[in-house]
Design a protein around this ligand. Structure first.
Ligand code: FES
Length: 227
């Protein structure tokens, strides 16, 4: 592919034409918040709406994970419009996330905490009414637990489960009720799970977590495709 030069916040960056903008930026040390991006996923899922950037010459900000680079592109990461859009997306995500960081297995390793810290945002914003979910937690699997109340619907678990050919996880329901479930809503212990723990490895929050004593290092699956 043809080499190209673009600028990100005024800094020259080299890439290849057609490379994905989000990964070009991240690989060159620029921070763009993201929850749902998986390297190489085509098309990108683009559900979290956190990765907005401005491309010079465009009327409106665009999501970096759906954008490919071309020569002479000029990207801005922190314009007022970008901040407004991604902050709103973040607040909406948190408005129905079960926030209980102190008792969460992912505390200090949660991507929501990381994004809040990187962007200087609060984890308990006041702008939107909180509508936390009250769905049953599935602890039936001997290796991991699934808490749908902490799920951010990033689709990474669905992606890796299908990529491995198991495909027991998918989306069900619509709108605010959308949830990741097994086919037919069966408990994980009764689904045809191959116990690879790929879904646990890619979950950016505390929704899919290994049970005490279970090490992800022992899992067959190594998440190399995602940030
Ligand atoms: S990373 Fe782009 S929309 Fe989620």
């Amino acid at each position: 592919m043809k080499p190209v030069t673009l600028t990100i916040d005024g800094v020259e960056v080299r890439a290849r034409e057609g490379d994905n903008l989000l990964w070009v930026a991240l690989d060159n040390g620029f921070y763009i918040p993201n929850l749902c991006a998986v390297r190489g996923a085509n098309p990108p899922f683009a559900s979290c709406r956190l990765c907005f950037v401005e491309v010079e010459g465009r009327d409106a900000p665009t999501t970096a994970c759906t954008e490919t680079v071309r020569d002479s592109m000029a990207i801005r990461l922190n314009t007022p419009r970008v901040k407004r859009l991604r902050n709103t997306a973040f607040e909406l995500l948190l408005s129905h996330h079960h926030l209980d960081c102190r008792h969460c297995a992912k505390n200090q390793h949660c991507e929501l905490q990381n994004i809040a810290m990187q962007l200087g945002l609060k984890l308990r914003p006041k702008r939107f009414r909180r509508i936390p979910r009250e769905l049953p937690v599935d602890s039936s699997h001997h290796l991991f637990t699934y808490d749908p109340n902490k799920c951010v619907l990033c689709a990474k678990c669905v992606h890796v489960c299908h990529e491995r050919g198991t495909g027991i996880l998918d989306f069900a329901f619509k709108g605010i009720n959308t949830a990741v479930t097994t086919l037919g809503g069966d408990p994980l212990a009764e689904a045809e799970c191959e116990s690879c723990l790929a879904c646990v490895a890619v979950c950016p929050v505390g929704s899919l977590v290994a049970k005490p004593g279970v090490s992800l290092k022992e899992a067959e699956y190594t998440m190399t495709a995602s940030a």
